[in-house]
Design a protein around this ligand. Structure first.
Ligand SMILES: Cc1cc2nc3c(=O)[nH]c(=O)nc-3n(C[C@H](O)[C@H](O)[C@H](O)COP(=O)(O)O)c2cc1C
Length: 173
């Protein structure tokens, strides 16, 4: 899959087929996150890969929109030492880059995904035995799309994008 095609066809999928992702493919996906560039090359991240059904169920209780984690083939839980320091917000930016790498690398393998914002980090820390001093701001569900939710056969009707002319300003505002 070409990068342009991956970008244009990828959408968040929250319903997954009951089919595991191979260890090799899971490794390739999180490795794409590891390879992302980061501010000052700090690579501030750890990724906890979760396949255990009971841990995924616990993670799905971490916020109002985390439910899709319960049915994922696996989740990558994003862990950083200090999310909001330095105050330049480079760490959230870095996590965005790593996440998008993982999402697109997965999509090339036919593996769909969806971000989850962790509103209850203590629940996530406990479920994954993450040390108390670490921040756990987001997780990503991964899995083969459920046939009823595959955007390649049934494009979503919501969540379109603002037209190019509205967001791109050539030469000046
Ligand atoms: C930082 C971030 C946090 C998100 N958190 C959630 C979430 O908690 N639950 C969820 O279902 N989707 C979450 N999403 C997915 C967005 O809702 C989704 O990307 C957006 O609606 C656009 O839809 P699309 O990805 O299908 O194009 C998140 C996305 C980002 C970038």
């Amino acid at each position: 899959m070409r990068v342009q095609q991956a970008i244009k066809t990828n959408r968040s999928i929250r319903e997954f087929a009951d089919q595991p992702v191979s260890r090799e493919d899971m490794t390739a996906i999180v490795n794409a996150g590891r390879l992302a560039g980061s501010a000052k090359n700090k690579q501030p991240w750890h990724f906890v890969v979760v396949t255990r059904r009971e841990t995924l169920a616990a993670l799905s209780e971490c916020g109002p929109w985390c439910g899709h984690l319960a049915g994922a083939a696996f989740a990558a839980v994003l862990v950083v030492e200090d999310l909001l320091m330095p105050r330049t917000l480079t760490t959230p930016f870095d996590l965005g880059r790593a996440s998008q790498n993982m999402i697109l690398a997965a999509w090339e393998l036919g593996v769909a995904s969806c971000m989850a914002t962790i509103y209850e980090p203590d629940v996530a820390r406990q479920a994954c035995h993450i040390p108390g001093e670490m921040d756990v701001p987001w997780a990503i569900s991964f899995g083969y799309p459920h046939p009823d939710a595959d955007p390649r056969s049934r494009p979503p009707r919501t969540g379109g994008r603002v037209p190019l002319e509205e967001v791109v300003h050539w030469e000046e505002w």
